[in-house]
Design a protein around this ligand. Structure first.
Ligand code: GLA
Length: 740
């Protein structure tokens, strides 16, 4: 159960959540539920061999979007409310031993962008008034799982301490016409004695009024009401200041230092918030080696903190230990690269020795006739981040994919077995279909059935088993392939008719609404409609498509995996979509015919430049120029001009790297190394971005040198083993086809 009980004396809510008694308590490292699931190991909450940063709903939530009714009845003196809200867990790294103080800056910066994304997405929910992001670290503050992670509580009200702080800030603003935090920060800078670490944009200091022994406030020098205002440069600087500060903490008593880190910023209740100033507060219970500060009688009973340390002395001690400056933090960053990307990149799966029909029988027992489907993954040749802007794409299906076997069953239950993970999930069709946080892989199956049901298809129970050779999480659309395979077997078993564009939309809706990533239509469409030996040219507005012969002659398409896994869920992807929408709004005010970026020319965009946020302008410029590149690529391929096609691939990469900012250092390195090989005509990042794969046009004779030189140098510079594979353009999904 969980509920909100009103405390009439303190005039605040108390959350009662008794099921939290059962949460996992200090498990041994081998049984950490936040570690990646190891092949053959016990299933953790993250069923992947590795990951980057993961966000999922807390299994033991204090607040829930769909809360139970309170256990007791309210009285006028004692109001009770359902505990509505959202509780999420943010896992910072796949490495159990990691900590913010030792992670690469790039990962911390990425974490900041995940926080920002969650703040915006959760804050947009009508029942969420405050998004509270925090981390508890160390057993001294009650941490039950050591794996590096933080949490998010999306509250239906503004929590009391924050409310008090905001009220004081609002009064100050009304009286003095400026922000209280800006004033306090200016005073700290003037005084200087309590400053701990200075970045260009962020500052860390022990506040004059510190309540905890080594309490630190970290805030941006500029007035920022919330993380929604963070730019990439802000996050870069924040990462360095935060990492440096935490290294200082750990250096203080030469031990991992316990802390509570909370982020205060503007509420998301739609009220005026100009007086709010985003900042981090770090509360530190360790007052000396082996000595803890407890919130005892005076603190808990009277609400008065007694600090055993002088703020000025704490600051001086912190300045003396750990990195001397933010520059030192940056300089040392290279040293812990070994922690960075996944140690074990996903590999191409082994072809299952048994057919999926056998797997189906082995998993669920003998039964009626099975149907099978095969759906391929894809690599996008050019046209990135254009699909959701109603533009053009030019992907091809690859030879690897997902095979699925399925059969109907009498009961209204669906059971799904993943051969590769060795896991089974099931759900009833008697209830509404919801995402499953324990078996997130099953959400792609659930999502398709959910979207079909919503479209009016009469659903029926079924058993499904799937597996395949498509590496998951490498950016080759394993999720779309799984959804397409599900849609095809469902169409066969449930006997409804639906054409390719409609099926592709069903898969897109599944991922957009049930899985929660706002992907475009490209991936399911190409998985369904591709043709062997051809690329697929798709107009993502009209869904008209054309099979473009891929006459590459002496050249091949080489796909190169970076070993860095993209985290589309809760990543920058959804933010890019919002930035594009913001651009369209400005463009449309000038020309109402512009309904999507597809309709904008570079001239139209440049005419509005002054009105566009510079970041939004660059995002739009990428989409507008990329659409033009797809059209030109199609005609270059038509006349066999591979050289020009290669140049367009290169230009696409530069635009994705500089304007759309969806590349990363590892991918840029792979592209640069590829371009140094004389046999390469073009190289670019492919797919959603932030890791994953590059696609390269390589002459057949240079494939081996490409493999050796690019991968060898990549390994030397990053410590990561990537891999390269060559794929012909393959056929789209089919029913009844066995896995090749
Ligand atoms: C992901 C999405 C696609 C598309 C690409 C970027 O792969 O699933 O819809 O937006 O990113 O081109």
């Amino acid at each position: 159960m969980s509920e909100l009980r009103w405390h009439p004396f303190l005039e605040q809510w108390v959350i009662t959540a008794t099921h939290r008694q059962d949460r996992t308590f200090l498990p041994p490292a081998d049984y950490c539920p936040l570690c990646p699931t190891r092949p053959g190991g016990f299933p953790t909450e993250v069923p992947d061999p590795t990951y980057d940063i993961v966000v999922f709903e807390n299994k033991f939530p204090s607040l829930q979007a769909d809360p139970p009714q309170p256990a007791v009845a309210a009285t006028p003196l004692s109001p009770v409310e359902p505990a509505k809200g959202v509780c999420e867990v943010v896992v910072y790294s796949p490495h159990h031993e990691d900590a913010l103080a030792s992670m690469p800056l790039e990962r911390i910066q990425h974490l900041a962008s995940v926080w920002k994304d969650r703040y915006q997405e959760l804050g947009a929910k009508d029942f969420v008034r405050y998004v509270f992001i925090f981390e508890n670290r160390g057993e001294a503050v009650g941490v039950t799982l050591h794996h590096p992670h933080g949490q998010i509580y999306a509250f239906p009200f503004i929590p009391p301490i924050v409310e008090k702080e905001l009220a004081a800030s609002r009064r100050f603003y009304a009286e003095k016409g400026k922000c209280l935090m800006c004033a306090s920060l200016a005073e700290e800078i003037r005084d200087g004695r309590r400053i701990v670490l200075e970045g260009d944009r962020f500052l860390a200091w022990v506040p004059f009024h510190a309540r905890w022994p080594y309490e630190v406030t970290l805030a941006s020098r500029e007035h920022q009401v919330s993380m929604a205002e963070w730019s990439a440069a802000d996050m870069e600087d924040l990462a360095a200041v935060l990492k440096g500060l935490l290294q200082k903490y750990d250096a203080l008593f030469a031990k991992p230092f316990p802390y509570m880190m909370v982020i205060h910023q503007a509420p998301t209740d739609g009220e005026d918030d100009q007086h709010a100033h985003l900042h981090f507060e770090l509360y530190t219970p360790q007052r000396a080696p082996g000595r803890l500060k407890f919130l005892a009688g005076v603190e808990s009973g009277a609400g008065n903190f007694i600090n055993d340390k002088l703020a000025e002395e704490s600051a001086a001690e912190l300045r003396r230990v750990g990195p001397a400056s933010v520059a030192a933090v940056r300089a040392a960053d290279g040293a812990d690269r070994k922690h960075a990307p996944s140690a074990q990149p996903p590999v191409r799966g082994q072809r299952p020795a048994r057919s999926m029909s056998d797997v189906l029988e082995a998993s669920f027992g003998p039964g009626g006739a099975a149907v099978t489907a095969f759906a391929p993954g894809r690599v996008n040749l050019i046209g990135e981040h254009t699909d959701y802007n109603e533009g053009f794409v030019l992907p091809m299906a690859i030879e690897d994919g997902i095979e699925m076997a399925a059969r109907s069953r009498a009961s209204r239950e669906v059971r799904v077995h993943s051969f590769d993970l060795g896991e089974t999930a099931s759900f009833s069709l008697e209830e509404s279909i919801r995402p499953d946080p324990v078996h997130p892989w099953s959400n792609y199956v659930r999502g398709v059935l959910w979207a079909l049901g919503r479209a009016g298809v009469a659903l029926g129970g079924m058993d499904l088993a799937f597996g395949g050779t498509l590496p998951q999480g490498a950016g080759l659309s394993s999720s779309a392939a799984l959804q397409v395979a599900t849609a095809l077997v469902a169409r066969a078993l449930l006997r409804f008719s639906m054409d390719v564009p409609r099926l592709a939309r069903i898969c897109q809706e599944s991922e957009n609404e049930l899985v929660g990533v706002k992907v475009g239509i490209m991936d399911p469409f190409v998985s369904l409609a591709a043709r062997k030996g051809h690329a697929l040219f798709l107009d993502c507005r009209t869904l008209a498509f054309e099979h473009v012969p891929l006459a590459l002659g002496e050249h091949v398409v080489a796909i190169c995996y970076s070993g860095v896994k993209h985290a589309l869920v809760a990543s920058e992807y959804n933010l890019r979509r919002r930035q594009c929408a913001a651009g369209v709004e400005v463009l449309r005010a000038h020309d109402p015919r512009i309904r999507a970026l597809r309709d904008a020319s570079l001239e139209a965009l440049d005419a509005c430049r002054a009105e566009l946020d510079p970041v939004v302008y660059r995002r739009c410029r990428h989409v507008v120029t990329e659409n033009a590149r797809v059209l030109e690529s199609k005609s270059a391929l038509g006349r066999g001009d591979l050289r020009r096609f290669g140049e367009l691939m290169d230009a696409s990469h530069a635009s994705l790297r500089d304007d759309y900012e969806v590349s990363c250092a590892e991918i840029d390195l792979l592209v640069d190394l590829a371009r140094q090989n004389a046999g390469v005509l073009g190289a670019r990042i492919t797919g959603g971005g932030f890791g994953g794969c590059t696609v390269n046009l390589v002459s057949r004779g240079a494939v081996e040198s490409f493999r050796q030189e690019v991968l060898g140098e990549y390994r030397r510079r990053t410590g990561i083993d990537g891999w390269v594979f060559i794929s012909e353009a393959a056929d789209g999904a089919n029913l009844g086809g066995p896995i090749r």
